[in-house]
Design a protein around this ligand. Structure first.
Ligand SMILES: [Zn+2]
Length: 192
């Protein structure tokens, strides 16, 4: 799927969890950084696809992307698997631990979760595409929903652009509309 759809899906997943689960108090800065981390997490798995939007949006992305491809595999490889989720989770944790002393106002646990929610939402969304997702790497089998490839979504094509993307927006609108009071509570009491 395109970066735009992935980011919308990541944000939808984050919204759903924020609005339906009890939330710890946090600073406004933590909230904002968490949203950015969530959007980055939403496209991060495409780090193993040199042609993906993740690289295309960077100035020298094409070159760096190709180097990465040789390092960690080709199309939908390591970062599109449970093993990848674990490795990225550990790496992201260590990165945040290193940054922590410089940003005492940020709750790194919340930022860790926001990124990981985006990351996992990416793999779930890709599962609906033709290519499928090698969830169980190193077992080289790609999984998809529905199991019949022909019924799955083609990246960047009609169904993704005119059905899935708008549906995600509607879903967000519905979530925020039905949880209006929760949003008010969060803004008034939980963001400091
Ligand atoms: Zn992907």
């Amino acid at each position: 799927m395109t970066g735009r759809t992935h980011d919308m899906a990541a944000f939808t997943a984050l919204s759903f969890i924020v609005l339906t689960q009890p939330l710890p108090n946090m600073t406004m800065a933590t909230g904002l950084v968490a949203v950015v981390a969530n959007l980055i997490g939403g496209i991060a798995p495409d780090i193993d696809q040199p042609t993906a939007p993740f690289w295309r949006n960077l100035p020298i992305g094409g070159v760096v992307g190709r180097v990465f491809k040789t390092l960690i595999g080709g199309h939908r490889f390591l970062s599109h698997s449970i093993l990848g989720v674990i490795l990225f989770g550990i790496g992201w944790h260590f990165f945040l631990e290193v940054m922590k002393p410089s940003f005492p106002g940020l709750n790194m646990t919340i930022i860790w979760w926001a990124f990981m929610i985006g990351f996992v939402s990416h793999l779930i969304m890709d599962t609906f595409t033709r290519e499928g997702v090698p969830w169980l790497l190193p077992i080289p089998v790609k999984f998809g929903i529905p199991p019949t490839k022909a019924f799955r979504v083609e990246t960047g094509e009609f169904v993704e652009r005119f059905v899935i993307f708008p549906l995600l927006i509607v879903l967000n609108a519905y979530l925020y509309y039905t949880h209006y009071q929760t949003i008010r509570d969060i803004l008034h009491h939980q963001l400091k």
